[in-house]
Write a protein that binds this ligand. Structure first.
Ligand code: 5GP
Ligand code: MN
Length: 339
């Protein structure tokens, strides 16, 4: 994988470009891809953004989102774009398997794959160019760095500013997590100078949900959360019936895993959701508990040191049992309690 700065001199020659992201894209995946899209089209590149799956409706206000293809619903059109693309930008994921049903098409694509991502352990051999940096708050921050590094910061417009801000804001927990560096605050200042109305982005993302989603959260916190004080750990397990009862859609459960971390002393929070075809897990930690390793070891997943995810084909009950065993095995790192 060559460094991404080698692309800078090539930017001014129009090419066929595909920009893609991980399945079930979050604010950073959608924000970074659309931010890059609004940058590249200014050079005359023929660019298309493809998501491997559908996405949360709270992203539907984003500039350019109406033209994003959903690979599962527009497979033929997406495959045609992938086959013809000179460049395929892969943003906010670093192993092709994170694109689910799109993996085979991406792997077979004749064009050059380009990585921009901040997760651990990239599959570097499948990318021609790339930037991979786990110290970055978000892929959106890296897109900003790409734009500024190429010497074209003057091309940042309101659309780019809104997209990049969405990614940085959502991946830093609204500028709260330790990854929120001085660079992050400086880039926000630059985005403000280019027309960003940050409070509107915040409202669009966080204040756009249904009443039933809020009642669902009430039910989850009351009935589906277990606290293991001896292990400084909390687990939320959500059965499929809850998702039906409260009409829960893609994205409605995002951020729920963070709630137990507000309880004094909790170092590890986990959520398991029965999504029918699989049990989806998310893990968040505070301080020195490494959930990336934890997710890889027990739940076929990965992510970052303090935020990771995974999945399982076992029943919800069995995933809960596996989690409790894993928690006990890690008691030396989790517990301050004398057993
Ligand atoms: P979330 O819990 O919000 O789904 O994901 C947290 C972090 O872990 C994200 O950076 C995401 O990319 C990563 N992640 C989530 N699920 C998986 C998974 O199944 N496999 C891997 N490798 N990473 C995941
Ligand atoms: Mn991200």
């Amino acid at each position: 994988m060559e460094q991404i700065s080698n692309l800078y001199p090539l930017l001014s020659t129009p090419r066929k470009v595909v920009i893609t992201m991980h399945q079930k894209p979050d604010g950073d995946a959608m924000g970074s891809t659309l931010g890059l899209y609004h940058f590249l089209i200014q050079f005359g590149h023929e660019a298309a953004v493809i998501s491997p799956t559908n996405w949360a409706s709270f992203l539907n206000w984003m500039p350019g989102v109406k033209n994003v293809l959903d690979y599962e619903r527009q497979t033929e059109a997406a495959n045609a774009l992938i086959e013809k693309a000179d460049w395929i930008f892969c943003l906010d994921f670093n192993t092709l398997s994170r694109t689910k049903n799109m993996e085979a098409a991406l792997a077979a694509a004749p064009g050059q794959r380009i990585l921009i991502d901040h997760h651990q352990q990239p599959q570097t051999e499948v990318f021609t160019y790339g930037a991979s940096d786990v110290s970055k708050s978000s892929t959106a921050e890296m897109v900003f760095d790409f734009i500024a590094g190429s010497g074209h910061a003057d091309l940042i417009n309101k659309s780019i500013a809104e997209c990049i801000y969405t990614g940085v804001m959502t991946d830093t927990g609204s500028f709260r997590f330790p990854s929120t560096s001085a660079n992050v605050h400086k880039l926000v200042a630059t985005l403000k100078e280019h027309g960003l109305a940050h409070s509107i982005v915040h409202e669009n993302i966080y204040d756009n949900f249904s009443e039933s989603r809020l009642r669902f959260i009430g039910n989850v916190l009351l009935n589906r959360m277990e606290i293991f004080y001896e292990y400084n750990t909390a687990l939320i397990a959500i059965p499929a019936v809850d998702l039906v009862k409260y009409d829960i859609k893609t994205g409605d459960t995002e951020g729920l895993v963070n709630y137990p971390l507000s309880i004094e002393g909790i170092k590890l929070a986990a959520i398991v959701i029965d999504r029918g075809e699989e049990r989806k897990c998310s893990f968040r930690s505070k301080g020195n508990f490494d959930v990336n390793t934890f997710a890889r070891k027990y739940f076929n997943g990965g992510g970052h040191f303090n935020a990771a995810g995974g999945q399982s084909r076992e029943t919800l009950e069995n995933v809960v049992i596996t989690f409790k065993k894993a928690m006990m095995e890690n008691r030396d790192q989790l517990s301050t309690y004398k057993f």
